[in-house]
Design a protein around this ligand. Structure first.
Ligand SMILES: O[C@H]1[C@H](O)[C@@H](O)[C@H](O)[C@@H](O)[C@H]1O
Ligand SMILES: [Fe+2]
Ligand SMILES: [Fe+2]
Length: 302
């Protein structure tokens, strides 16, 4: 039996297999698990468990420090791309040593997550090679945690992102900690529009600093030939307040509305492919190297 469920952002199908457990099936057949590898529902930031206190503490620090001025400084500094020269694949390998402290659903090295995301998309959208590559590279910005990239603290690299320069929406994870952010009390930045105007477009909105915006800058400045939807996905994939809670829509322009559709497709694979099942890196490497060659220069400035 097939039942249609209307979620705010997706029409998904639930198939009941032999009257047993319910599984969520996306357009191409990817089966969304009901629970993560820790036995909890995905993105449950309150569920008690070993990771909960660390994740909450992560968001507390993140919300206190991400201010409009901080983001402006980081964009200027990292926009120079004068730290490292390397290929996309070399960067993937660096993520072998990176674990994300903000994530309640995954404690594996990040390279696993990149391959799991890309391979899950590839199964359902075999012809959209640009989307496979987007899956592979979307989190590469997490190298900011490493010494040669300035060794930024976790709160300045990972976790969900949100606009700075206007009011922090209630839907943001652990919203209460914004009360310790100086911008919370700044009348220039604490209203619905703050520094922005209706429909101004997300491109003119400053997002909290982290791996998304950094990787967007890297891809753009190194002149990737990936389509604009790919750049949008990379830049806003952690913006759950927008793509899940539908907040901040008043800042979007028409192009954002278009690109958001692909981001919502992408998000299911980014989130629900997180598991303990490992991908054989050597087996899939030749395919991804061919995509990298198609869409990127051999060496990039980081
Ligand atoms: O903890 C995760 C992780 O940092 C992801 O890379 C990011 O995209 C998500 O938004 C966040 O919730
Ligand atoms: Fe991410
Ligand atoms: Fe991710």
């Amino acid at each position: 039996m097939t039942i249609l469920i209307h979620q705010p952002d997706v029409v998904a199908e639930v198939e009941e297999k032999n009257g047993a457990e319910e599984e969520l099936v996306l357009d191409g057949g990817f089966v969304v698990p009901n629970i993560n590898s820790f036995g909890q529902t995905f993105r449950d930031y309150e569920a008690e468990g070993d990771r909960q206190p660390g994740v909450e503490n992560f968001y507390k620090t993140n919300h206190i420090h991400q201010t409009y001025d901080f983001v402006k400084r980081m964009r200027q500094e990292y926009g120079q791309l004068n730290r490292v020269e390397m290929s996309i694949w070399e960067c993937c390998e660096l993520l072998n040593d990176v674990v994300d402290e903000s994530d309640p659903d995954l404690d594996e090295p990040q390279i696993e997550h990149l391959l799991q995301t890309a391979e899950a998309i590839r199964k359902d959208y075999p012809d959209e090679d640009w989307l496979h590559l987007t899956g592979l590279i979307h989190d590469l910005g997490k190298v900011l945690l490493l010494p040669s990239f300035g060794e930024l603290p976790q709160w300045a690299v990972v976790g969900d992102t949100y606009p700075v320069g206007c009011a922090f929406d209630e839907s943001i994870v652990h919203h209460k900690y914004f009360k310790e952010n100086p911008d919370y009390y700044n009348p220039d930045y604490n209203t619905k529009y703050g520094a922005y105007s209706p429909g101004c477009g997300l491109d003119s909105v400053m997002m909290s600093w982290g791996h998304d915006d950094y990787m967007y800058l890297v891809a753009k400045e190194n002149k990737t030939t990936l389509p604009s939807a790919a750049l949008f996905i990379i830049r806003y994939h952690s913006f759950y307040a927008l793509h899940r809670a539908e907040a901040y829509k008043h800042l979007m322009n028409e192009q954002d509305v278009e690109d958001l559709k692909w981001l919502q497709v992408f998000n299911k694979y980014d989130l629900y492919s997180k598991s303990k099942v490992r991908i054989d890196v050597e087996k899939v490497k030749p395919y991804y190297l061919s995509l990298i060659e198609k869409y990127f220069p051999a060496k990039l400035k980081w």
